[in-house]
Write a new protein. Structure first.
Length: 285
C-alpha cells in the first residue's frame, strides 16, 4: 500500500495547523495530496438542538450560515498562508504525480458523515486530539475510526520534530491491532526505529517472544520488543509510559479492541490513550 491521499477534516473554531504540519511530515515518505476539507455543520441541525430562548433572541438559519462562512474564510486564509510558507503547490504540474500538493474545499453537512464519506476515499485521515471544549473533535474521531475503514492519526497540540523517528506499535494480537499494523506499514518502512510493545493483563505473564517483530522482519523492518505487566485498566498508562521513556514519536495501535460501549462506561486503553497521549497516535478498528 502506498499513501498518496491524506484527508485533513477542518472544523469551525478549531485550529488546523498541527493537522496540516503532520500531513506535511508524512509527505516526506512519498509525494502526496493533502486534502483539506472545511466542514460547515448544517445550521438546521444546530437550530434543532438550541433552546427556545436562544431562538427567541434572534438566532436564525441565515445568521448561523453566515457565521460558518466567515469561519471558513478565516480558516482558508490561514491554510493559504501555511501552504505558501511551506512551499507546497496547490495543483499538480502537468503529467506528473511526483510532487506534494495541498488542496482546499468546503462542505456543509453533519461533520461525522462528511468526514467518513471523504475518509473512505482517502488513504489516511488526520484529526486533532479531542479536547473538553464544546467543539471537541471526539465525535468525528470515533466516527471515522469505526466507519471509514482507513487509518486515523490523532495529533496532540505539539508535534515531534519527526513523527517517523521512532514508531512504537502496541501489539495484543487482536484484529484491530493487525489492521493498524497493516495500515501503518508504509510508515513503518519509512521509520528510523520501530519498537513493539506488549502488555499482559488478567494475571498472565507478558509475552517474552514478540511474534510481530518476527513478522515485520519479513518486510525488511527491524523491530525491538518491549513488554510490561499491567492490569487491563492500567495498560494504557503503561503504554504511554513506555512511549515516553523510549522517546517514541508515533504510536500505532488498534482502536476499541473491547468495543466502544464497554470502554465508554469502564474506561479502556483506547480512550485513555486518545485523551492523554503526548505524541501522534495512529489507530484502526
Amino acid at each position: 500500500m502506498t499513501l498518496r491521499n491524506i484527508l485533513v477534516p477542518i472544523l469551525p473554531k478549531i485550529a488546523a495547523q498541527t493537522q496540516l504540519d503532520a500531513a506535511l511530515q508524512l509527505s516526506r515518505c512519498a509525494a502526496m495530496h493533502i486534502c483539506a476539507v472545511f466542514i460547515r455543520p448544517d445550521p438546521g441541525m444546530l437550530l434543532a438542538t438550541m433552546p427556545d430562548m436562544a431562538i427567541a433572541s434572534g438566532v436564525t438559519f441565515d445568521a448561523i450560515e453566515q457565521e460558518y462562512r466567515q469561519e471558513e474564510k478565516v480558516a482558508h486564509a490561514a491554510f493559504e498562508v501555511w501552504r505558501a510558507g511551506n512551499g507546497v503547490a496547490s495543483a499538480l504540474a502537468e503529467h506528473t504525480l511526483d510532487m506534494t500538493v495541498a488542496g482546499w474545499s468546503d462542505e456543509r453537512g453533519y461533520p461525522e458523515a462528511v468526514a467518513v464519506r471523504r475518509g473512505r476515499l482517502s488513504d489516511i485521515i488526520i484529526l486533532n486530539q479531542a479536547g473538553s471544549e464544546p467543539t471537541s473533535s471526539e465525535p468525528i474521531v470515533e466516527a471515522v475510526l469505526f466507519d471509514s475503514g482507513r487509518p486515523v492519526i490523532v495529533v496532540p497540540p505539539k508535534l515531534p520534530g519527526n513523527m517517523l523517528d521512532h514508531v512504537l506499535v502496541a501489539w495484543n494480537g487482536s484484529l484491530e491491532a493487525s489492521r493498524a499494523v497493516a495500515g501503518a506499514m508504509p510508515l513503518l518502512h519509512a521509520a528510523t526505529q520501530v519498537s513493539v510493545f506488549t502488555a499482559s493483563s488478567d494475571g498472565e505473564d507478558p509475552a517474552v517472544d514478540c511474534d510481530l517483530a518476527e513478522a515485520l522482519r519479513w518486510h525488511g523492518i527491524s523491530a525491538q520488543c518491549l513488554s510490561s505487566h499491567a492490569e487491563d485498566r492500567s495498560v494504557g498508562e503503561a503504554l504511554l509510559r513506555a512511549a515516553s521513556e523510549r522517546q517514541a514519536t508515533l504510536l500505532v495501535m488498534g482502536g476499541y479492541t473491547h468495543g466502544r460501549v464497554r470502554q465508554m462506561f469502564l474506561g479502556g486503553v483506547t480512550r485513555h490513550v486518545l485523551r492523554h497521549a503526548a505524541i501522534p497516535v495512529l489507530l484502526m478498528h
